[in-house]
Design a protein around this ligand. Sequence first.
Ligand code: DQA
Length: 146
Amino acid sequence: MRILVLNGPNLNLLGHRQPEIYGLESLDDIEVLVRNEADRLGVTVEWLQSNAEDALVDAIQSHRDWDGLIINAGAYTHTSIAIADAIAAVGVPAIEVHLSNVHAREEFRHHSYLSPVVWGQVVGFGYRGYVAALRLLHDRLREAAP
Ligand code: DQA
């Protein structure tokens, strides 16, 4: 099973960026936790971060034959029809992750263009959300194709 984990803009600053909101873990720390869990589950993970919308769209397209996608699109969550279209176009089962509880924050963070095209969201659990999303996607994919 191959799962792409995509991280959008400013997530490269995790650990320094508003730690009271996003936590003290760096993106590298989170990657290690996800890779450890992936090893345990026997899942191959590709881990990418980009600040550029087009690079995120390209990554989704170039992994169109992969089994699953975990995506924290950062602020593009709230603006990007292009990323939503890419997920819908490739049809790869996806989970949307947010470290913070976007629904308890500013109004503009309440709407996600991605929600209609993903299986579900994991929101507000910090770095744990990535590991949870991996387990959930792995479980659900195994159920879909044992
Ligand atoms: C975020 C929430 C977004 O609103 C914000 O723009 C981010 C991070 C999160 O993980 O909580 O960059 O996706």
